[in-house]
Design a protein. Structure first.
Ligand SMILES: Cc1cc2nc3c(=O)[nH]c(=O)nc-3n(C[C@H](O)[C@H](O)[C@H](O)COP(=O)(O)OP(=O)(O)OC[C@H]3O[C@@H](n4cnc5c(N)ncnc54)[C@H](O)[C@@H]3O)c2cc1C
Ligand SMILES: Nc1ncnc2c1ncn2[C@@H]1O[C@H](COP(=O)(O)O)[C@@H](O)[C@H]1O
Lengths: 321, 248
């Protein structure tokens, strides 16, 4: 029988990240099914107020480990604090986001807790006292159902899949502050290089992606313009990243990023298996491609078998109306 | 000084995946296995590090006899020696990392390179797990690296940018695309690789904590509607996105 679930939250710049709400919601839903309590933890230098937003999601309490040197992620410091706290709580299920921080942190915490780890869950279900995690493998070509048999279990959940919805409960006055004196900074962040003002594909709820069908780098203006009217991030196929038209950070696919936005718009992308691997779990897919036989149409909810240079300007106009 | 690089032998990314008769793993018939693409970046970085700091590079792979192909590829690129940790059947990431860490200890390697992800199960955790077993520092998803003496400065890719991390040896680095351009094995390299030995050992036994219950095919997404073949379809598309999908 499970004892307690710990939801590991994430922040950046004193703001809870969207994944934190998804992790809290997934943990609380699981807690209800297992009939166990859920607590949350955040490491950072946040103000207490910044945590209020998590209150309504049903966690019993949020513990904030503060220190000015913990503003930014440190794998050594964060993993130690979270593992120690999980032990103290006797938490036996930990849930992290499958984000760049969560993927780095969760395995280190798992070893410290002698736990098994199941990553990138898209579904967490309960069967008796077991938690069954479903996760894509082989770039989404198959799904694996797994369970963890060790006493302590660590899960990471794929972003954008566990819908956080709206907070329902009251904001509890349950935020506990703990000051950490000497965090272990043997790994320390010394600088963040932000990609200028751009929304990242891994976090966006709408993505507009372009492929070789755009013919040349300059034509990505069209993709950017459409992204702007939609408040979307710009993505790219590997063909255009390899051609040097777009940075690798925008590449979607097996050797790029795995994304699951609410809406994915593929412009001039053929839909090679490695591209589909990164985006097929998007909730809605729109494809614009001249070739009606392009494989992208096999996963698209809505398709236009036309020329991007004609369709996209019209789409931008229509959306501006 | 020893530098270790861990490589995984995985199905080619274009492989058609069929579920095996056990219902828990893939049917390997007709599947071509290759050196994991991210591990090529790890090998290249290990070789560059050796060129800069001196020492020897050892490649380690855990798997069946066939994993020797990936070890040989690394040897042909210029790695000095190879170790095959023999194992078959399912091994979870924790158990795999434990076995790798035991071999890394035996080799006394203080710098370890891995890929950020093996493109079979797409776990992206073996490097971090191994570092923790070893008590080493770890930087994952690295796109730029500089090691000076004991000091390590690494840039890792995150959502919307990069983090520059300062840490120290001993360290495990997991390589992301962009870290370097992997070299091709030269004919000379391929010939030289033939003379290099691959040491075979049984992989350290360590029970699995993760159990695979079943492997299934994802429900094929239904091909959707083709709304039209030119710009005249745009108003209908926008209507559908607003009213049916409710995503804009
Ligand atoms: C190991 C490995 C890993 C890979 N990883 C990735 C990955 O992570 N991500 C990825 O994307 N790819 C990846 N690939 C590459 C993948 O196989 C494809 O080569 C790539 O996705 C093709 O990009 P594309 O669709 O932009 O180009 P193409 O396949 O050339 O398609 C261009 C499309 O544009 C259409 N088109 C042309 N002109 C117009 C027009 N005017 N209007 C509308 N449509 C037009 C064409 O009909 C065509 O369908 C990988 C490959 C390998 C081997
Ligand atoms: N069987 C294996 N033998 C040696 N190294 C491995 C093996 N499996 C994974 N690795 C290493 O761990 C990295 C990450 O793998 P994973 O966490 O499974 O995605 C790979 O890129 C390899 O460097």
């Amino acid at each position: 029988m499970a004892n307690k679930i710990l939801a590991v939250l994430e922040q950046r710049d004193n703001q809870l990240k969207k994944i934190s709400f998804e992790v809290a919601k997934a943990a609380v839903d699981l807690g209800k099914k297992l009939n166990v309590k859920v607590e949350a933890v955040l490491v950072g230098n946040n103000t207490k107020d910044s945590l209020n937003a998590i209150g309504g999601y049903g966690v019993e309490s949020v513990t904030l480990f503060r220190n000015e040197n913990l503003t930014q992620y440190s794998s050594s410091a964060y993993s130690k604090i979270i593992a120690d706290f999980a032990k103290e709580l006797e938490a036996d299920i930990l849930i992290f986001g499958n984000t760049s921080m969560g993927k780095d942190l969760a395995p280190r915490v798992a070893v410290k807790l002698d736990a098994g780890i199941a990553v990138d869950s898209v579904k967490l279900e309960v069967d008796g006292s077991d938690v069954i995690s479903t996760r894509p493998v082989y770039a989404g070509k198959a799904l694996l159902d797994v369970k963890i048999n060790s006493a302590v279990k660590v899960f990471t959940i794929r972003p954008n899949v566990f819908n956080a919805g709206e907070p329902t409960g009251d904001v509890p006055d349950l935020i506990v502050e703990e000051n950490i004196d000497q965090p272990d900074l043997s790994s320390k962040l010394i600088e963040i290089k932000k990609a200028e003002g751009k929304l990242d594909v891994a976090e966006a709820s709408i993505i507009v992606s372009g492929g070789r069908g755009l013919k040349e780098a300059a034509n990505f203006k069209l993709v950017e313009d459409l992204a702007e009217v939609l408040g979307a991030a710009v993505g790219a196929s590997r063909a255009v990243v390899d051609a040097g038209w777009r940075p690798h950070s925008e590449q979607v696919g097996q050797t790029g990023k795995t994304v699951s936005p609410n809406l994915y718009i593929a412009l001039g992308i053929s839909g090679a298996i490695q591209h589909l691997a990164g985006m097929r779990s998007s909730k809605y897919i729109v494809a614009v491609n001249k070739d009606a036989d392009a494989p992208i149409f096999q996963v698209a909810d809505y398709g236009i078998t036309g020329d991007v240079f004609e369709v996209v300007p019209a789409l931008i106009e229509e959306l501006k109306k | 000084m020893k530098i270790a690089v861990c490589v995984s032998h995985v199905p080619d990314t274009a492989a058609k995946i069929k579920i095996g008769s056990d219902g828990k793993s893939i049917d390997p018939t007709d599947v071509t296995y290759v050196l994991n693409p991210y591990d090529e970046f790890a090998i290249e970085e290990a070789l560059k590090t050796k060129e800069k700091l001196g020492g020897e590079v050892v490649v380690i792979s855990l798997g069946e006899e066939s994993s020797k192909e990936s070890i040989k590829k690394a040897l042909a690129m210029g790695v000095d020696e190879g170790v095959l940790l023999k194992d078959s059947g399912f091994r979870d990431s924790v158990s795999l990392a434990k076995a790798l860490s035991e071999e890394i200890k035996t080799q006394d390697a203080k710098i370890v390179f891995m890929g950020k992800q093996a493109v079979d199960y797409d776990n992206s955790i073996v490097g971090q797990l191994t570092s923790e077993f070893l008590g080493y520092n770890c930087v994952s998803v690295v796109v730029a690296l500089n090691i000076e003496g004991e000091k390590v400065i690494a840039e890792r890719e995150i959502e919307g940018g990069k983090e520059v991390v300062e840490t120290s040896l001993p360290v495990v680095i997991t390589a992301q695309k962009g870290l370097n351009e992997p070299r091709y094995a030269s004919l000379k390299g391929i010939m030289a690789a033939k003379r290099k030995t691959i040491v075979e050992k049984d992989a350290f036994a360590f029970g699995n904590k993760l159990e695979v219950l079943s492997m299934n095919k994802p429900q094929g997404k239904q091909a959707g509607k083709i709304i039209g073949s030119d710009a005249s379809a745009v108003p209908e598309l926008v209507r559908l996105l607003k009213e049916e999908a409710k995503v804009i």
